[in-house]
Design a protein around this ligand. Structure first.
Ligand code: SF4
Length: 190
């Protein structure tokens, strides 16, 4: 089975608990005003890759606590995303799913993905409700759900998180909700 992926981060600590592999699933028709990820809107962008290959890569990374699927809109490729979630769960990895849909908009297959995930953030990004001090979400209308018991006792401390990655070629990449001031400061230092 194939999936269209916009971007991959092999390990991160800001998209959920512990060390996580993060996939930006390509394609989103929800068109939230002020979306930060418009490069992932086109369903033909990114690269086509095999679900099995992704799952095999997770299996060879024993330090992972889980995976995080965001986008784009992961549930607009519900078949492959369902397969990825099943693959992660088979390995004991936790699953953090982002969706711009509200729970009542989910089809049966989408709802299956929701119910198999340990953490789900739901809801469109609403620019007027933007708050960069929230943990794991960009606007105050978005809701964090814990469909399984795995993280239900977790205390979500609201905080502003940014992660900077330096590639072996010396290229800096910034993840999370970085302020303009922060971006300017690392440009000066790099
Ligand atoms: S659901 Fe996410 S990717 Fe899609 S438009 Fe909204 S913020 Fe952007």
């Amino acid at each position: 089975m194939k999936i269209q992926i916009g971007h991959t981060l092999e390990s991160s600590e800001i998209y959920g608990p512990g060390l996580r592999s993060v996939l930006w699933v390509q394609g989103c028709t929800l068109a939230c005003k002020g979306c930060w990820n418009t490069q992932y809107w086109s369903s033909t962008g990114g690269i086509t890759t095999s679900v099995d290959e992704i799952v095999e890569k997770w299996a060879s990374t024993p330090e992972l606590e889980g995976i995080t699927l965001l986008g784009g809109e992961p549930l607009q490729q519900v078949g492959p995303v369902h397969a990825l979630i099943r693959g992660a769960r088979r390995m004991g990895l936790s699953v953090f799913l982002y969706t711009g849909y509200e729970p009542e908009e989910l089809s049966t297959d989408m709802l299956d993905c929701f119910n198999m995930s340990d953490i789900v953030v739901t809801g469109r990004y609403v620019h007027e409700l933007r708050n960069t001090n929230l943990r794991w979400r960009g606007s105050t209308n978005q809701i964090v759900h814990f469909p399984t018991p795995r993280y239900q006792a977790l205390d979500i401390e609201e905080q502003h998180e940014v992660e900077v990655h330096l590639s072996s070629e010396g290229e800096l990449s910034v993840y999370g909700y970085a302020t303009d001031e922060f971006l300017t400061s690392i440009e000066v230092k790099s």
